[in-house]
Design a protein around this ligand. Structure first.
Ligand SMILES: [Fe+2]
Length: 186
């Protein structure tokens, strides 16, 4: 798991540097995500339930979420207003932008709304998620790459701290039926 976290962190760093370049920033990333991000293994038993959705539509309030599952179920809301199945090759992983990434980009990148649909014939389904957040530095601020009306009144570090408390620690986003194993470096 530690190796996996390290690899995902490398991918996050590469994506962050690409985004910096895309938004015309010539400086190094102003934050790292190697300390306060979480890796979670979500275990579902779809055949035991009746409801249509194992997770209701939501967007993650984080920086980037990396998702890879052993079976179908995850769907993402695209610009046509419809949910689409996520289909990944063996060497692919889904990267979903969250609220913190949207704030960094002045909402030129929007949080990706997603849901998990229940397939009644699935006995088990594992999903590996790497939930990234900038490292917490209380009292610090993070300057966005794009500043506009969507973010110029927001202290992004304060929002990181707030969202970490809401999402990762309490983890209220997960239905109780999902057995949730959290493995993190700390
Ligand atoms: Fe999610």
């Amino acid at each position: 798991m530690y190796e996996c976290i390290t690899m995902y962190n490398d991918i996050e760093r590469s994506l962050t540097r690409m985004l910096l370049e895309y938004f015309g920033q010539d400086s190094a990333p102003s934050f790292n995500c190697d300390r306060d991000s979480d890796m979670q293994v979500l275990f579902y038993q779809p055949e035991l339930h009746n409801r249509e959705l194992l997770q209701e539509p939501h967007d993650d309030s984080l920086y980037m979420t990396f998702a890879k599952a052993t079976a179908p179920g995850l769907e993402i809301l695209l610009s046509d207003g419809l949910f689409h199945k996520v289909e990944l090759d063996r060497n692919e992983v889904l990267v979903m932008p969250g609220e913190i990434l949207a704030l960094m980009a002045g909402y030129r990148i929007k949080p990706l709304i997603h849901q998990v649909v229940r397939y009644s014939d699935q006995k088990s389904r594992f999903s590996l998620g790497y939930f990234t957040l900038p490292n917490i530095e209380r009292g610090a601020n993070i300057s966005p790459w794009v500043s506009n009306n969507s973010n110029n009144h927001i202290n992004i570090m304060d929002r990181v701290i707030h969202n970490q408390n809401q999402y990762l620690v309490a983890d209220k986003s997960q239905p109780q039926e999902i057995k949730n194993l959290t493995i993190s470096e700390s």
